[in-house]
Write a protein of this length. Sequence first.
Length: 201
Amino acid sequence: MSFTIAIDGPAAAGKGTISRAVSEHYGFAHLDTGLLYRAVGAKMLDGVAPVDAAQNLQPEDLARTDLRGPEIAQAASKVAVIGEVRLALVDFQRAFARRVGGAVLDGRDIGTVICPRADAKLFVTASAEVRAKRRFMELAAKGLADSLDEVLADVKARDDRDINRAESPLKPADDAVLIDTSELSIEAAIAAAIAAIEARR
Ligand code: C5P
């Protein structure tokens, strides 16, 4: 049996935390699709043409330890506007979504483009200020952040690129359940996600 859960939303809204918790709760496999774009972005920074990088992505490209940094996040959102890059990554994501035993995919276009027939769809969001603060704390803990203002500017630049691109822009699917985590604890956000999924099972 396969059951596909699509979780979309902007950067640092809590998608990753919710997706990991949901996949553990149901024993489903989890794919953070942002990592695919980050791996392509990292290769672009290394001098590889983004379309070539996307068409030849290898497992070791996803295992790089530097993919979480802010520079690679910006590069990821730049390669993500390229239609051919997105196209090269579709089959892998769809095959993952159909795997027996259930799958959780998180990203920007899972419920709208990659898995329009997903069994459950969530759109996880929060204000840009709350998201920037969370991302700043995460990056600061790893020694990667400069200032909160800079992180906020980065988050807004990435939102702008993700929302306004022509190919697969960031937007909630018509049938997605919206979860605004601005005022929610992690536990409450996870509980809201599981309740929304249960309603579809
Ligand atoms: O989720 P994460 O912040 O790791 O994603 C990095 C970038 O990859 C996003 O800003 C977005 O531009 C792109 N992305 C995308 N579609 C997805 C996942 C990520 O365009 N499904």
